[in-house]
Ligand binder design. Structure first.
Ligand code: HEC
Ligand code: HEC
Ligand code: HEC
Ligand code: HEC
Ligand code: HEC
Length: 496
């Protein structure tokens, strides 16, 4: 006669510990199945429920399973009986009778074991893939990752999973990332992490394996026409337009020149810096045709000791370090939104007041939102009371936009104020391209690396009153902060 499953469950739960184990295992199993179903149906997407489903429940399941044999061991020791005697006590004689120790009992144990193994396999696969989802990486340790999550969602890579850039290929990388992740959980729980999280990221997957998978390194980008607007602090917030042609890669195939020359086929640039921040460069070398390297040394740092193992091969992230977690400068953040019409340009002194409002405080979001609102409304109430009524909607929308800028860029809990993370793509202050391209970086003949204003871009217009008139053919000149127009040579020649 077959052993009934319920009898089996009752029989196995030998004492209170065994019953607890059985209850834990069964309930976590059923809850897992239920939550998984609800998730598939789209009821939950929340990372906390994911944490429970994929980390807590399988753990409880395993603990429960382990308790059952443990309970038997204890019971056996206390009662001083043999296994056979215990089995006979716990199970129906009929169940055991078929063979000496009960073939049907054995079979039932096997069936349950197979179910358990299958369950654990499925659960661990789901756990691993859940941990790879951006929602998990970005929201499970909410306060820690919130800045990266916020900036990521607003970036061109909001559809690219965190792991695509942060976790290498192969099992080695997988294991090390999970260990690293486990450490991150511990440090998040006990508040051991640094605020803000230090950058650059050492374990970042090499750009060869990430960026270059989607951005074909041999893709020809040509020149990029970029129109930038800045607004003055006067009553009219007078616009000033700058138009650049960025020489991203000029020249075809072999011997490609321009900004992407650094990563061109056969080219190799390497450098060493004072510390991990990669901001103060000690020397930089570029590979020559004959395979030798030509070195430029920073004469401002002569005599500094460095270890050669900190030599770094330049890749995409040395310039595009903010490809995804893009923090804005307050001035540019406002200018871009004014140009898009999110902040009303016609409001008097709006640029000046906006800048004052978003840089006035460094405090929690809700408080800052209140401060921004009060500051803008009280300015107009005091100086332009009529506008509050006639342009109330425009003022409200501008306030909302300023609050959004603040929320995206400032994260008090993580000590992220304006400019916590420098962007290397341009040349604000001494940084970015000017880390290497400056007069102090000289070769053995005393010639400096090039840094003339036309090396990287032509400046078609600088701080002019009107948008560059040749932009018209590409669309409305005053809508976008950046026009991504790849130019044909003939077009460029018509200016030079
Ligand atoms: C397109 C590639 C890419 C994606 C996708 C991406 N990151 Fe990053 N991440 C980077 C780069 C590049 C850096 C800067 C590394 C450097 O300067 O060396 C970085 C830095 C970080 C840092 C360090 C702090 C900082 O801002 O420099 C954290 C934390 C981080 N990323 C978390 C995440 C999380 C969480 C996600 C998913 C929600 C994610 N990243 C998605 C490329 C990416
Ligand atoms: C999984 C694919 C993928 C990976 C990996 C990836 N990107 Fe992208 N990248 C994209 C997509 C998709 C876009 C958006 C293109 C668009 O909007 O036209 C984009 C856009 C960009 C842009 C243009 C941004 C803009 O302002 O329009 C840059 C620059 C860029 N990526 C650099 C990088 C760098 C650097 C890395 C490595 C750290 C990287 N990408 C990794 C897919 C990827
Ligand atoms: C020497 C610095 C530097 C390096 C190294 C570099 N880039 Fe760029 N890249 C730039 C600059 C500057 C631009 C123009 C960006 C702009 O103003 O929009 C650019 C533009 C781009 C664009 C076009 C973005 C757009 O706005 O349409 C993509 C895509 C891109 N880079 C990807 C890469 C990838 C992938 C790598 C590594 C294989 C790389 N870059 C290495 C400096 C660099
Ligand atoms: C780590 C140092 C370093 C950084 C940072 C750097 N460069 Fe360079 N760049 C070099 C070196 C080295 C050369 C080659 C100089 C030589 O051999 O004369 C070079 C050459 C160039 C050239 C000339 C390429 C040609 O056609 O021969 C351009 C254009 C250029 N860089 C643009 C940029 C831009 C734009 C940035 C910032 C987004 C930048 N570089 C950041 C080191 C750097
Ligand atoms: C090594 C390359 C390089 C050199 C040399 C260089 N620039 Fe630039 N410049 C850039 C890059 C890259 C940007 C960023 C464009 C963007 O916004 O994406 C930029 C941006 C600018 C901007 C627009 C900034 C803004 O936001 O309004 C101006 C103006 C400018 N450069 C002027 C100059 C002048 C003047 C010189 C000569 C002293 C110079 N540049 C030399 C690479 C260079």
């Amino acid at each position: 006669m077959k052993l009934k499953y319920l009898n089996f469950i009752r029989g196995v739960s030998i004492n209170r510990i065994g019953k607890t184990g059985m209850a834990l295992t069964t309930s976590s199993f059923l809850t897992f199945v239920l939550l998984e179903l609800l998730r598939i149906m789209g009821v939950f997407t929340n990372a906390y429920i994911g944490l429970i489903t994929y980390l807590l429940l399988p753990t409880l399941f395993i603990i429960g399973l382990a308790l059952i044999p443990f309970a038997w061991m204890i019971y056996k020791k206390d009662a001083g009986k043999t296994t056979r005697e215990l089995l006979e006590r716990q199970f129906d004689r009929n169940d055991l009778a078929e063979s000496k120790l009960g073939a049907s009992l054995l079979r039932t144990v096997m069936i349950f074991t197979i179910i358990n193994i299958l369950f654990l396999l499925v659960a661990s696969m789901r756990t691993l893939s859940f941990m790879d989802e951006p929602e998990f990486c970005g929201t499970a340790c909410h306060s820690v990752m919130n800045p990266e999550w916020t900036t990521y969602q607003a970036s061109p890579h909001s559809r690219v999973a965190c792991v695509e850039c942060h976790v290498g290929e192969g099992t080695g990388a997988l294991i090390s990332s999970k260990l690293n992740g486990a450490w991150q959980m511990v440090s998040a729980t006990f508040n051991l992490y640094e605020r803000p999280i230090p950058t650059p990221v050492r374990q970042l997957r090499p750009a060869r394996e990430t960026c270059e998978k989607c951005h074909w390194p041999d893709k020809f980008y040509g020149s990029l026409l970029k129109s930038i607007a800045h607004y003055e602090m006067d009553e009219k917030s007078t616009p000033k337009y700058t138009t650049l042609v960025l020489k991203i890669d000029t020249g075809e195939e072999v011997g490609r020149a321009g900004i992407h020359w650094h990563i061109g086929k056969g080219n190799d640039v390497r450098y060493t810096s004072v510390d991990d921040k990669r901001e103060e460069i000690i020397w930089v070398e570029s590979k020559q045709r004959d395979g030798s390297f030509k070195r430029f040394t920073n004469k401002k740092l002569e005599g500094i000791n460095y270890s050669t193992d900190s030599v770094r091969d330049m890749d995409c992230v040395d310039c595009h370090n903010r490809a995804t977690h893009i923090y804005e400068e307050p001035r540019n953040a406002i200018d871009i939104r004014m140009r898009k019409g999110l902040i009303d340009k016609s409001l008097p002194y709006i640029k000046r007041e906006s800048l004052g409002a978003i840089t006035a405080s460094f405090t929690e979001n809700d408080k800052a939102a209140e401060i921004i609102k009060n500051r803008i409304t009280s300015f107009y109430r005091r100086n332009y009371p009529d506008l509050l009524a006639s342009k109330g909607k425009a003022i409200d929308k501008s306030i909302e936009t300023l609050q959004e800028i603040y929320k995206r860029n400032i994260h008090v809990g993580m000590n992220i104020d304006w400019n916590a993370y420098p962007n290397h793509l341009g040349h604000s202050r001494e940084g970015g391209c000017f880390r290497c391209h400056n007069e102090s970086m000289i070769d053995d003949k005393g010639n400096s690396i090039r840094y003339d204003c036309t090396l990287c871009h032509s400046i078609l217009a600088y701080d002019s009153e009107e948008p560059f008139k040749y932009l018209k053919p590409f669309g409305s000149a005053d809508k976008d902060s950046a026009m991504h127009v790849y130019l044909k040579d003939e077009f460029l020649k018509s200016f030079n």
